[in-house]
Design a protein around this ligand. Structure first.
Ligand SMILES: Nc1nc2c(c(=O)[nH]1)N[C@H]1C(S)=C(S)[C@@H](COP(=O)(O)OP(=O)(O)OC[C@H]3O[C@@H](n4cnc5c(=O)[nH]c(N)nc54)[C@H](O)[C@@H]3O)O[C@H]1N2
Ligand SMILES: Nc1nc2c(c(=O)[nH]1)N[C@H]1C(S)=C(S)[C@@H](COP(=O)(O)OP(=O)(O)OC[C@H]3O[C@@H](n4cnc5c(=O)[nH]c(N)nc54)[C@H](O)[C@@H]3O)O[C@H]1N2
Ligand code: SF4
Ligand SMILES: [Mo]
Length: 755
């Protein structure tokens, strides 16, 4: 490893918001780390380092809310381990290179693979931070369209919800969210906002909202195998056996029909398939599922009644309902119970957000593209059917390691750490060194990128402008905030959208010599103009700059409050948004099914055949449940998946990578608090410290994901001191939610013994 300068260059390009009386300069920024999108004040020292990060109280959206991660953006920028110069592999190590050298090496490696094996041997893995970056997000298409197909963290996350939304509403990203600010009865299933900040639910202070529900006399019911920190803000905890939520919801529906509690409310004309529902749920009495789910029949009945009879109520399901064996059924039924009780597309129920800048992801609807079909192709080795263009992330390892036509030889990772984040991750670790070409766009030499031939540095969280896009689709209010980059990129560095554009060009057979960023960008921008019904020949001349900001301007201007290029005189433009560093707010969520639902029938498809086809599998499992211990995942407020464990203030203190186990199970397994256990599943075996606590329901143990930072060659000096162990070694790649191919990292049968 070559030497990296200890201090990164700090050339300030962002606007100063305020100079305090003591001379402190304050800049503003929205935190890019989670869906809370908190407004931050960055306080600058004389040497232009960030000395302090405080909540920005005047932010129209977050109004002073913040969490510990947000205070560390300066540390992430300064982290001496952060990759700031392109790195090229030399034997077992990396050498620092110029950008020209690095792109030349990329071209050489890409051409080598394309010449010998063709495009069929190439793929990419797209990670979570792409969803929080408009630069990576908007330009992803220029790169990812060059591969026959790609892999992503989406299939260890929300793929089941994407499947149900595509089928029910006509677009995989039109995900409804609970209106937590106006509801009086909220059921939280498989989500822990105390740790996550809320997911597919954008709201700055979710726990404060839960407290407020209680204060106005409402109820918050948390259904989770673990008594999480969220339960402290709830009125009731209902423990449930992992993977059984679909059965629970079927029983809720049974009660709703049996007891005459069903109504479509104002959506009667907007829903198709309603009549098919009652016969489906008939067999699922509460008594038929209580043993499997662990939820007493009386509790199921009570929740069904309270939910249906509270005028403003919502059921919300999140990752615990997706990353499980029946993820698509559970994700579907959550929406169904809201729809058939009149708690959908109304205040206090499940609603859609109205983003100020229309997300590109909402453009392709099935009324135009045709209804989604599944299994259009299968993965080469396992034969896994394609779902929404992807197969399970765990397939990647075997696609690299198994010889034959179509064997993967080239991988581009963009902001992803699959060697930790996907099931069977130890198999992926073994496979990555077999690649002829691996290019990583990332900020760290970590468990994944250590195998790359070239690492192209991503931007630090202070080097890029920021504006969230997708998240506002499920946000409590319509708001928009722009953040300037605080620091300029290092001289000669390529921004991430340029990297994506260039790699896409090279993968399409182009060369560095004839790479023309402006021409590519004009092409992509013109395509976007046409999607909005605009003539690019008229729009292009209005701009004197290229890049993501031009596109953001377009989507703001064509969005619900936009100026439509002059048609609406006082309408919004990016320039106007930039005049308001505190953000602009356009009010709470509003009913909008008419605009949102874009299925071929024009109606919400309540009972898609494809989803119903999975019920027999559920019946089989109901008849033959796993008994014995099962493993679930958890998050912690001070972590972000796998990549923030190199920030000292976030990892200090007690070991967080522990196996939490109920006291009875601990006795049965012969382990005690503070001892070490060996945990074994069908996929693998790990050793981990034990934490005995009745916060787990009996029969279920919990481990966090994102740890295991002891790998040779990874350059994470702080994380290495707090390495922990990678829980995904225990996750069997073949254990998936069948309809979506999404990983079932919850509900994994395991055995626990003393280490
Ligand atoms: N067992 C288990 N496994 C899980 C989960 C679970 O609950 N349990 N959760 C799953 C979920 S929901 C997700 S989303 C995945 C996450 O899976 P991944 O997306 O693969 O993992 P992250 O840990 O988020 O890694 C992000 C990577 O991006 C890099 N990075 C950070 N910021 C930037 C940036 O601005 N630019 C660039 N170029 N790179 C950047 C980091 O260095 C890191 O390498 O994990 C999944 N895995
Ligand atoms: N601090 C922090 N914030 C994050 C992240 C992070 O790593 N750290 N990651 C971000 C990402 S990528 C995502 S996707 C979101 C996820 O956000 P959340 O969905 O809120 O995720 P978790 O906090 O993991 O909570 C999942 C809960 O599901 C429960 N669970 C597990 N299996 C089952 C089951 O079968 N049924 C039920 N009912 N419950 C079950 C678990 O016990 C856990 O309490 O968080 C985001 N925010
Ligand atoms: S809750 Fe924390 S991580 Fe999430 S946006 Fe706010 S400060 Fe950032
Ligand atoms: Mo995620």
């Amino acid at each position: 490893m070559g030497s990296t300068p200890v201090a990164p260059p700090r050339r300030i390009v962002g606007r100063v918001h305020e100079v305090r009386h003591d001379g402190t300069r304050v800049h503003l920024r929205t935190c890019p780390l989670c869906e809370c999108m908190c407004g931050l004040e960055l306080h600058l020292d004389d040497d232009d380092t960030v000395s302090l990060i405080r909540p920005f109280r005047d932010d129209v959206w977050s109004q002073g809310y913040i969490c510990p991660k947000g205070t560390t953006l300066g540390r992430l920028h300064e982290d001496p381990d952060r990759v700031r110069t392109p790195l090229i592999r030399e034997g077992d190590t990396f050498r620092e290179a110029t950008w020209d050298e690095a792109f030349a090496r990329c071209e050489e490696l890409i051409d080598g693979v394309l010449d010998r094996y063709g495009a069929a041997a190439t793929t990419a893995f797209v990670g979570n931070p792409v969803g929080h970056s408009f630069s990576l997000g908007r330009y992803g298409a220029l790169l990812f369209s060059k591969f026959p197909h790609i892999y992503s963290s989406g299939t260890v996350d929300q793929w089941p919800k994407n499947v149900t939304c595509a089928l029910m509403y006509g677009n995989m990203w039109k995900i409804p969210t609970p209106d937590v600010r106006r509801t009086d009865y909220l059921v939280v299933m498989g989500g822990n906002p105390q740790a996550s900040g809320g997911s597919l639910l954008a709201c700055p202070d979710v726990l404060g909202e839960l407290d407020a529900i209680k204060e106005r006399g409402g109820q918050v019911v948390v259904i989770d195998p673990r008594r999480t920190g969220t339960v402290d803000h709830a009125t009731e905890w209902v423990p449930i056996r992992p993977g059984t939520d679909a059965a629970f919801l079927l029983a809720v529906l049974h009660v709703l029909f049996a007891d005459g509690l069903v109504t479509l409310g104002g959506l009667a004309d907007k829903v198709a398939g309603f009549d098919a529902l009652a016969p489906l749920v008939e067999e699922f009495t509460p008594e038929s599922v209580d043993a499997w789910t662990g939820v007493p029949a009386g509790t199921i009945r009570r929740i069904a009644h309270d939910f249906a009879t509270t005028p403003r109520a919502a059921v919300y399901g999140r990752i615990g309902l997706c990353n499980q064996e029946f993820g698509t059924l559970a994700s579907w039924l959550v929406d169904v119970v809201n729809i058939v009780t009149g708690h959908f597309d109304v205040e206090g129920g499940l609603m859609w957000g109205t983003p100020v800048s229309a997300p590109l992801a909402w453009m392709n609807n099935t009324d135009v593209t045709g209804p989604p079909t599944f299994g259009r192709w299968r993965s080469r080795v396992r034969g896994a059917p394609e779902v929404l263009g992807q197969v399970p992330a765990s397939c990647l390892a075997e696609e690299i390691a198994t010889p034959g036509d179509g064997q993967i030889r080239l991988l581009v990772t963009v902001a992803a750490n699959p060697a930790i984040s996907v099931p069977d991750s130890d198999r992926l670790e073994e496979a990555l060194p077999l690649l002829d070409c691996m290019i990583a766009v990332d900020n760290y030499v970590n468990e994944t990128t250590r195998f790359a031939h070239v690492i192209l540095p991503g931007v630090s969280p202070l080097e890029s402008p920021h504006l969230d896009e997708l998240m506002w689709g499920w946000a409590m209010r319509s708001a928009i905030k722009w953040s300037d980059a605080l620091y300029a990129l290092p001289d000669g560095a390529s921004d991430e959208w340029e990297i994506e554009a260039r790699l896409g060009w090279l993968l399409g057979g182009g060369s560095n010599a004839d790479f023309d960023l402006a021409a590519l960008d004009d092409g992509w921008f013109s395509a976007l103009c046409r999607m909005y019904g605009l003539d690019p020949a008229e729009i292009l001349p209005r701009y004197d700059h290229i890049g993501p900001e031009r596109m953001i301007d377009l989507t703001i201007r064509m969005g619900p409050w936009g100026d439509r290029y002059g048609e609406v005189p006082d309408g919004l433009t990016l320039a106007k948004v930039k005049e308001h560093p505190e953000g602009l707010d356009f009010g709470p969520m509003v009913p909008r099914a008419d605009a949102m639902v874009r299925t071929p029938s024009g109606k919400i498809e309540l009972v898609p055949d494809h989803l119903v086809s999975d019920l027999p599998r559920l019946r089989t499992r109901l008849a033959e449940p796993h008994d014995g211990l099962v493993l679930v995942s958890r998050r912690h407020l001070r972590s972000k998946n796998s990549w923030m464990h190199n920030v000292k203030v976030l990892v200090k203190g007690r070991d967080r990578c522990t196996l939490i186990i109920h006291p009875d199970d601990a006795v049965a397994a012969g382990v005690v608090d503070g001892s070490r256990a060996r945990v074994t599943s069908e996929a693998g075996s790990i050793e981990v410290p034990v934490e005995v606590s009745d916060e787990m329901m009996p029969g279920v143990v919990s481990l966090p994901h994102g740890w295991g930072h002891d790998r040779p060659g990874a350059r994470l000096s702080v994380a290495r001191e707090h390495a922990g162990v990678n829980s995904n070694i225990l996750a069997p790649g073949g254990f998936v939610d069948v309809l979506s191919g999404n990983a079932a990292v919850n509900g994994i049968p395991v055995e626990v013994v003393p280490a």
